[in-house]
Design a binder for this molecule. Structure first.
Ligand code: PEP
Ligand code: MG
Length: 545
């Protein structure tokens, strides 16, 4: 038996034969061409072919994995139509007398280099996407088909790396699992694998060509692949696989069912999203509403400060599509790990304690009001709740409400409609907010506890520092006590209290949180049905074990 470890990006077990994918070599000639105009015509024809292939991939991915996963192919289409890139390619052919392949490679590598030094892992991962589009154009010019990842029977795909178009070109009915040597958790290959519900390992350094055709088991729970495992290990993993399959089938039956405990207590199970592209996942997993729309991703996905109109469109789409379900949109929580180039606060020694969340909004009135106006205008399309992040004092809430009132008055003057009864809430994610919970509860309509930041700030452990994993414990008694205090304070003032941090999806904690009296849990869309199942198995009238 051989074993190799990697980083699991999606749990689950895959059992089957290995097929190794070798990406075809692309030979690009540096020789000069004699007829640049004919070369430009070749390039334009290739671009057309790639465009229609991208459209087909978009449709296929949208059907199999939802709109969010398919969005990458819109990005690809944008690259194909990018005026600057097209000009650079045509100029290189005309002036440099380069082949179309050479000009494409040169121009796309220059475009990709812009993403290399960006700190944000999401944008760094986009470099791969840009190179992918360039390679597709070269394949189209050379008449080769790089999507030749196929086999006769289902297999575990092993590769050095997979471009997003290669991953999306996979036939999900033939792919049991994916193991690649490279990749990052934020790469689109990883995102697509998750959305396709395929166990996958990235950064698996020890993959070997000698694995071709051999029987293997990919254990996504333990981040390992076993080649020709022993009979005992194979039996153990087969059992886990059978259990997974039974659980997955059973979860589908929970769609449309209430999240009610055996003794009759009903909890709202909401989803966390980052934009309209997640609506498909919300629907597929039957979330009862949105407990946290991280609006900063609308800003992160934009290269310029999003206008009121851009934001309004994004909020309206979510509200309208999910109506009459509740949608809680959190105002921009930019800063710390989520930075954007168009808002520069200089180098901070402690970014998590620096300019982030509500501090930025309150210090930039025009920026804040643009978002509040967009939210108010969108509110007539569904059931909006507005939530403010990183609150530490009553003064901040007062100022938020003043800004909101100012925007309401502006819209009235402009005769623009808004919902007059939007619930206003805050994230409770700092120890200061917990200690002030009684005062704060008197000022808002709901609380939502952000256990990710609450753990960070209570235990003084940087949530971004992978070295501190063992010290970052959301089950720490201090954090649990804060959650309990917050729920009790909220209830004393008659307002509902939810949890939208990662702890909300932890099945080990569900009973404890319900016993504390939490009213709503908001989780990643794929955790909605497992959480509903857990809630339905609990009996709170029995003494806690
Ligand atoms: C949290 O802090 O728990 C939370 C939900 O917000 P974010 O993870 O976006 O900081
Ligand atoms: Mg937070």
């Amino acid at each position: 038996m051989q074993a190799a470890a990697g980083t699991s990006i999606w749990g689950g077990i895959a059992i089957g034969k290995i097929h190794i994918y070798h990406r075809p070599e692309r030979h690009v000639s540096a020789a000069a061409v004699t007829d640049p105009n004919a070369e430009i015509a070749r390039y334009q024809a290739a671009r057309e072919r790639v465009r229609s292939r991208q459209k087909a991939l978009y449709d296929k991915t949208q059907r199999s994995a939802g709109k969010e996963s398919a969005a990458i192919f819109e990005f690809h289409a944008g690259m194909l139509d990018d005026g600057k890139l097209t000009d650079a390619i045509e100029q290189s052919i005309l002036e440099g007398h380069h082949t179309a392949e050479y000009a494409v490679r040169e121009s796309f590598e220059t475009a990709a280099a812009r993403f290399r030094d960006v700190e944000d892992p999401y944008f760094r991962a986009r470099r791969e996407d840009v190179l992918d589009v360039g390679n597709m154009l070269i394949d189209a010019l050379q008449g080769t088909d790089a999507s030749a990842v196929r086999g006769e029977e289902p297999y575990i795909l092993v590769a050095d790396n997979l471009a997003p178009s290669e991953t999306a070109g996979l036939d999900p009915s033939l792919i049991l699992g994916i193991v690649i040597r490279q990749g990052t958790p934020a790469s689109h290959t990883a995102i697509l694998a998750r959305a396709m519900n395929i166990p996958a390992l990235i950064q698996c350094a020890n993959i070997s060509v000698s694995w071709e055709g051999r029987h293997a088991i990919l254990d996504g729970y333990n981040s390992c692949i076993y080649i020709e495992p022993s009979a005992a290990l194979a039996a153990k993993l087969q059992k886990r696989y059978d259990e997974d399959m039974a659980r997955r089938a059973a979860l589908q039956n929970l769609k449309g069912q209430p999240s009610t405990t055996l003794d009759g207590r009903t909890i709202k199970v909401y989803a966390n999203i980052s934009g309209p592209q997640d609506i498909g996942a919300v629907e597929q997993n039957d979330a009862e509403g949105i407990g946290l729309f991280r609006s900063e991703f609308v800003y992160l996905r934009s290269t310029t400060d999003p206008t009121e109109e851009m934001q309004y469109q994004a909020y309206r789409e979510v509200l309208k599509t999910l109506s009459p379900r509740r949608v809680i949109i959190r105002t921009c929580d930019i800063g710390a790990d989520k930075s954007v180039s168009y808002l520069d606060f200089g180098k901070e020694t402690n970014p998590a304690l620096g300019c982030r969340g509500i501090r930025i909004s309150l210090s930039k009135p025009e920026f804040f009001k643009r978002q509040l106006r967009a939210l108010l205008r969108a509110s007539v399309y569904g059931r909006l709740g507005i939530m403010f992040p990183m609150i530490t004092s009553t003064k901040e809430v007062t100022r938020c409400r003043e800004f909101l009132n100012e925007c309401r008055r502006e819209l009235e003057r402009e005769k623009l409609a808004y919902d007059e009864n939007i619930p206003i809430g805050i994230m409770v994610e700092t120890p200061a907010a917990v200690l002030q919970a009684d005062e704060l509860a008197g000022m808002v309509d709901f609380f939502s506890i952000g256990t990710n930041d609450l753990t960070q700030y209570t235990l003084a452990v940087d949530r971004q520092n992978a070295m501190l994993g063992e010290f970052s414990d959301p089950h720490h008694p201090a954090v649990l006590q804060e959650i309990e205090m917050t729920i009790a304070a909220g209830h004393r003032h008659g307002i509902p209290v939810g949890i939208c941090g990662e702890l909300a999806a932890d099945p080990e904690m569900t009973e404890t949180l319900l016993r504390m009296g939490v009213d709503e849990l908001s989780v990643n869309p794929t955790s909605v049905l497992p959480l509903r199942s857990r809630i339905r198995s609990l009996n709170l009238s029995q003494t806690a074990k």
